[in-house]
Design a protein around this ligand. Structure first.
Ligand SMILES: NC(=O)c1ccc[n+]([C@@H]2O[C@H](COP(=O)([O-])OP(=O)(O)OC[C@H]3O[C@@H](n4cnc5c(N)ncnc54)[C@H](O)[C@@H]3O)[C@@H](O)[C@H]2O)c1
Ligand SMILES: O=C(O)C(=O)C[C@]1(C(=O)O)C=C[C@@H](O)C=C1
Length: 362
C-alpha cells in the first residue's frame, strides 16, 4: 500500500503539500484544529479527513504544518500519538522545535526537521498551490539522534514534490534563513511602512521597483511575529549589519547636504556595488548557479484569458518559462509580461510569438 502521510495543520503550506503529495500518489490524511481549515483542504483535493479513516489506518509519516509557536508542541504530540511514524515539521525556525523534541524524553530518532523554502505572502488553504514546492530549495534538518530511515523518508517527501534537498543542522539553518528570509521580510515591511502616510499622488507613482521590494510586506503579521521571535538572536545579528550600512549611507547623505561631501559619493557607490555583488549570488532555479536569463517583453491586452493564451502559445512553441513578471500600464488597456527564458530560447520565442500575432515590447 502507498505511504500514508498525515498533515497536521492545513493552511497554506499543509494544503499545498497535501495537493502535491496526493498528485504524486501518496495517501494523505488531513487534521487541523479548525474544522473550516481542514474541510477546505479536503474540498480542494489535498487528501481525506483524518476523522473519516479507520482507527487502524495510522500514518507512516506525520508532517506538522502548524504556526511556529505551536509547531514544537504538535511535533511532540505526534511523536507520542504515532509511535511507529516518522515525524517532521515545516516551521520556518528549527532549533526551537528540536530543543522541545529532545527535552520531551521521547524517541527522537523518528524526528527530522524540515523547511521548504517556498511560500507566499498569503495564508490559509485557499491560497494553496500544488506546484508551490516545485523547483524550490527544501532544507532537511537531521540531528544527532535522527535515524537514517527517518532522514530518508523526509528527503523523499521533499523530492517527490519537486524540491531540491539541502541538508543542514538546525542552528546553521536558523542562521542562514535569518539572512535569506527573515531579514528580507523585515526590510520589506520597514520600507512599505514608510508609505503609510505618503500623499496619494506620490504613492500613485509606484513602479515595479517598489513592488519587487515590498511584495512580502503583505505577509501575515501573526506568522511573522512568531518567526522573528523564534529566531531572535540570528535575525538580530544580521539586522545589526544592515543598521551599520544604513548608518554609513545616512552619514554620507548628511555630509552631502551639509555641503562638505568628501568621500560621500564613494560611500554611496560602494554600498550599491556591494548590493550588486550580493544580488549576483542569488541562485537560479533548482539551486543551480545563478543564471542570467534572457527577457522577452510582450504586450498583453488587459482582457480575460490573454495571459493564459500567451503561456499556451509559449508552450506550443516548446519553450520553457523560467520566470515571469507582469507590469500594468498606468491607465492603459494593456500590461507588459517580462518572460525569462534561457538565453538560447529568446530569439525562437520572439519569432514564435510574433508569428502568433503578439506584439513585442522593447
Ligand atoms: N507561509 C510561508 O511562506 C511558509 C513557508 C515555509 C514554511 N512555513 C511554515 O509553515 C507553517 C505553516 O505556515 P502557513 O503559512 O501554512 O500558515 P497558515 O496560517 O496558512 O496555516 C496554519 C494552519 O495551522 C493550523 N493550526 C493552528 N494551531 C494548530 C495546532 N496547534 N495544531 C495543528 N494545526 C494548527 C491553523 O488552523 C491553520 O490552518 C509555519 O510553521 C511556517 O513557519 C511557512
Ligand atoms: O515567497 C514568499 O512569499 C516567501 O517569503 C517564502 C519564504 C522565503 O522567505 O523565501 C518565507 C518564509 C518561509 O519560511 C519560507 C519561504
Amino acid at each position: 500500500m502507498s505511504t500514508h502521510v498525515r498533515i497536521v495543520g492545513t493552511g497554506l503550506i499543509g494544503t499545498s503539500l497535501g495537493l502535491a503529495l496526493s498528485a504524486a500518489g501518496f495517501r494523505v490524511s488531513l487534521d487541523d484544529p479548525s474544522p473550516t481549515a481542514r474541510r477546505l483542504a479536503r474540498d480542494l483535493g489535498a487528501g481525506r479527513l483524518a476523522g473519516d479513516l479507520e482507527p487502524d489506518d495510522v500514518p507512516d509519516v506525520v508532517v506538522v504544518a502548524a504556526p511556529p509557536d505551536v509547531a514544537a508542541a504538535a511535533v511532540v504530540d505526534s511523536l507520542r500519538r504515532w509511535p511507529g511514524a516518522v515525524v517532521t515539521d515545516v516551521a520556518s525556525v528549527k532549533q526551537v522545535v528540536l530543543d522541545a523534541v529532545l527535552a520531551s524524553g521521547l524517541d527522537a530518532s523518528r524526528y527530522v526537521g524540515s523547511h521548504p523554502m517556498a511560500g507566499r505572502e498569503r495564508s490559509g488553504a485557499a491560497a494553496a498551490r500544488r506546484d508551490l514546492f516545485d523547483g524550490r530549495a527544501w532544507v532537511v534538518v537531521p540531528h544527532e539522534r535522527s535515524s537514517d530511515e527517518a532522514v530518508a523518508a523526509v528527503r523523499q517527501l521533499a523530492t517527490v514534490v519537486g524540491s531540491a534537498v539541502s541538508v543542514m543542522p538546525a542552528r546553521e539553518h536558523d542562521e542562514a534563513v535569518a539572512a535569506v528570509s527573515h531579514v528580507p521580510q523585515v526590510a520589506a515591511s520597514v520600507v512599505a511602512a514608510c508609505l503609510r502616510d505618503l500623499p496619494e499622488p506620490a504613492v500613485g507613482l509606484a513602479g515595479q521597483g517598489l513592488r519587487d521590494v515590498t511584495r512580502i510586506a503583505a505577509s501575515d503579521p501573526r506568522l511573522w511575529t512568531q518567526i522573528l521571535a523564534g529566531n531572535a538572536e540570528a535575525v538580530r545579528e544580521v539586522l545589526v549589519l544592515v543598521q551599520t550600512q544604513l548608518g554609513e549611507v545616512v552619514a554620507a547623505l548628511d555630509s552631502l547636504t551639509s555641503g562638505e561631501g568628501e568621500g560621500a559619493l564613494a560611500t554611496l557607490s560602494r554600498m550599491l556595488e556591494a548590493g550588486n555583488l550580493g544580488h549576483a549570488r542569488i541562485p537560479g532555479k533548482h539551486g543551480a548557479a545563478p543564471t542570467a536569463y534572457a527577457i522577452v517583453s510582450v504586450l498583453v491586452p488587459d482582457q480575460p484569458g490573454s495571459l493564459a493564451r500567451l503561456l499556451t502559445d509559449m508552450g506550443d512553441a516548446g519553450i520553457n518559462l523560467e520566470d515571469m513578471h507582469l507590469e500594468h500600464g498606468l491607465g492603459q488597456p494593456f500590461g507588459v509580461a517580462y518572460i525569462s527564458v534561457v538565453p538560447a530560447a529568446a530569439e525562437p520565442l520572439a519569432e514564435a510569438l510574433t508569428a502568433r500575432g503578439w506584439q513585442l515590447h522593447d
